[in-house]
Design a protein around this ligand. Structure first.
Ligand code: CP
Ligand code: NVA
Length: 301
């Protein structure tokens, strides 16, 4: 069994296998109803716990649908409703859940919660987002890029905005999948210094996007950020908005991605989000396929 905790902790050959499986599983389902079972039913008789300590639309629904398509069953748990939210330790929670379910996906605040869960669970644990990383999202993003443009190896990816958790997983992916990643954003919102990823920094967004194959952004205020930071962040990040003028400086066939949910016309304009470069809804769909491949890898199924 394997945990899927972070991209930089997962072997590049395994990551490649996951992406290729995701694409194959997606192709095998073309034209079939969403509720139709996958023919091979790799998660038959498996029970999966999906724990959310933060809100979610895509992660929650895509994991739930994915498990069901593969023949398994899910239980979606809110952290606040569990004893976990009332003082029971992560370690005890992990040991108990491991007696009931075959796999645990958790979206949480502190990375340590995820790590403690993985240390004490005897079943695979999957990172569904922490304050520091969001690896499932970036697996879907790699799948999406390659679906539209072929291998991501050697391509130029530009992140414009906050150096947040989603950026961190992109930086991990740049190392593992061997693409060039440029961060453009204001210094106070730089990625954390200890990040074990690969990227360069270019403060000027117009310069940064020159020759980009992919331009990516995310919300300016993440779920773990204090709402009081909103106004300051808007002032810091305004110049990093992804709009038509910025996209025009990237390669003519550059793609645009956003993990969603978006604050339209803040970090990216609706004209970009709904424009010809945008693949945001393919990204959202591929959460389903990429995570199904992640779950199979975790279980060796
Ligand atoms: N992109 C993403 O993880 O979305 P949710 O917060 O809706 O799960
Ligand atoms: N950076 C965002 C991603 C949401 C999917 C957050 O953590 O809120």
């Amino acid at each position: 069994m394997n945990h899927f905790l972070d991209i930089h902790q997962t072997d590049p050959a395994d990551l490649r296998q996951i992406i290729d499986n995701a694409a194959a599983m997606k192709a095998a389902r073309q034209g079939r109803p969403r509720g139709a079972a996958d023919e091979d039913q790799p998660l038959k008789d498996h029970m999966v716990a999906l724990i959310f300590e933060k809100p979610s639309t895509r992660t929650r629904v895509s994991f739930d649908v994915g498990v069901r398509q593969m023949g398994g069953q899910t239980m979606v748990l809110s952290g606040a409703d569990m004893q976990l939210g009332h003082g029971e330790t992560i370690a005890d929670t992990a040991r108990v859940l491991s007696r009931y379910v075959d796999m645990i996906m958790i979206r949480t605040f502190e990375e340590q919660t995820l790590l403690d869960m993985a240390e004490h669970a005897t079943v695979p644990v999957i990172n569904g987002l922490t304050n520091r990383t969001h690896p499932c999202q970036i697996m879907a993003d790699i799948q999406t890029f390659e679906e539209h443009r072929g291998p991501i190896k050697g391509r130029k990816v530009v992140w414009s905005g906050d150096g947040n958790n989603v950026f961190a997983s992109f930086a991990h992916a740049a190392k593992q999948f061997d693409f060039d990643l440029v961060f453009t954003g204001p210094e106070p919102l730089d990625p954390e210094a200890a990040l074990d990823g690969l990227y360069t920094v270019e403060r000027n967004p117009q310069k940064a996007v020159e020759g980009a194959d992919l331009v990516v952004t995310d919300t300016w205020v993440s779920m773990h950020d204090p709402q009081s930071a909103r106004e300051r962040r808007h002032n810091q990040l305004r110049g990093y908005q992804v709009n038509d003028a910025l996209m025009a400086l990237a390669k003519p066939d550059a793609l645009f991605m956003h993990c969603l949910p978006a604050h339209r016309d803040d970090e990216a304009t609706s004209s970009v989000m709904d424009g010809p470069h945008s693949v945001i809804f393919d990204e959202a769909e591929n959460r389903l396929h990429a995570q199904k491949a992640v779950m199979r890898w975790c279980l060796g199924a």
